[in-house]
Design a protein around this ligand. Structure first.
Ligand code: ATR
Length: 273
């Protein structure tokens, strides 16, 4: 019987997950489809129960439902548990397990530049959902020392509580910038005209520092442009986006996802090279 995968969210029309996953399913000649479903907040429970009754094989969860899905799951992987958020669900004989592939997806991209070691001092700017996923992946899978800096300091403090990692204000992070080997920009500042300022100034960045931004469209945010001009090694959010989807596909099918194919498809959709 044909299998069904989907992504649920609101909004969902601009999601690139359907094109990426459809290409992977076709490439591997799997008898399955992947479709987007727009769900209204008030219909969430009935929609999820419907998906369960129909025997969906797996699905992605995007904003604003990454936390709402938790009560419907039978099990959680350690990453999702630590984040309190799920972006991928795997159904096995009707049993649903939640995963969060954002953090490990990010880490796979970062480690395509170089291996992260215990000598790395990593600064994460922002303390929202994406930051949390990246923080937990770094904590679980590397020996690096991590500092989380946020505009609202108490959110960063809460995130690192009970760990050996540190929290700072954005002003403190800015003045200590030279101490970090890797900087990860996860805030929404600099994204729109209304929110145009960079989260921190980059005067003290040293050449050779890895500076990444989780945004992939535009391919070069003002933050990355400034970092590059100061001699940093830069990476945008495209590897994270591709890898989080690739890991989801691998969890569902057990087949290695062709990341080059996924990348080409996304670049074609967003008009990049
Ligand atoms: P996501 O799930 O994508 O990580 P989010 O949970 O809405 O998004 O988090 C947005 C992050 O961007 C937060 O860390 C937010 O800081 P606050 O916790 O202080 O709100 C940060 N952010 C948004 N606008 C910002 C700005 N102008 N300057 C600095 N940080 C900003």
């Amino acid at each position: 019987m044909k299998e069904l995968y989907c992504v649920i969210g609101n909004p969902i029309a601009h999601s690139l997950s359907p094109v990426m996953h459809t290409a992977l399913l076709e490439q591997n000649q799997l008898n399955a489809s992947y479709v987007p479903f727009l769900i209204e907040k008030q219909d969430f429970k009935i929609a999820i129960e419907g998906m369960k009754a129909l025997g969906i094989s797996g699905f992605n969860v995007t904003s604003p439902f990454k936390e709402d899905i938790l009560p419907f799951l039978d099990a959680l992987d350690p990453e999702a548990k630590a984040c309190g958020a799920v972006n991928t669900v795997v159904a096995t004989n009707g049993r649903w397990t939640g995963y969060n592939t954002d953090g490990v997806g990010y880490l796979q991209g970062l480690e395509s530049i170089r291996k992260i070691t215990e000598t790395d001092q990593i600064l994460i700017l922002g303390a929202g959902g994406a930051s949390k996923a990246i923080f937990h992946a770094l904590m679980h899978h590397t020996n690096a020392k991590v500092t989380v800096a946020n505009r609202t300091l108490k959110k960063a403090v809460k995130m690192v509580a009970g760990t050996a990692h540190k929290a700072l204000s954005l002003a403190e992070a800015e003045s200590q910038l030279a101490d970090f080997t890797i900087v990860i920009q996860t805030t929404s500042s600099g994204l729109t005209k209304e929110n145009a300022a960079l989260p921190i100034r980059l005067h003290d960045v040293t050449a050779g520092t890895i500076i990444s931004d989780i945004i992939y469209n535009p391919a070069e945010t003002p933050f990355l442009k400034e970092a590059k001009a100061r001699g940093a090694i830069t990476q945008n959010g495209l590897p994270m986006f591709i890898n989080q989807a690739a890991i989801a596909f691998e969890l569902w099918t057990g087949i290695k996802a062709d990341r080059a194919l996924m990348r080409n498809i996304v670049l074609k959709q967003i008009g990049g090279k």
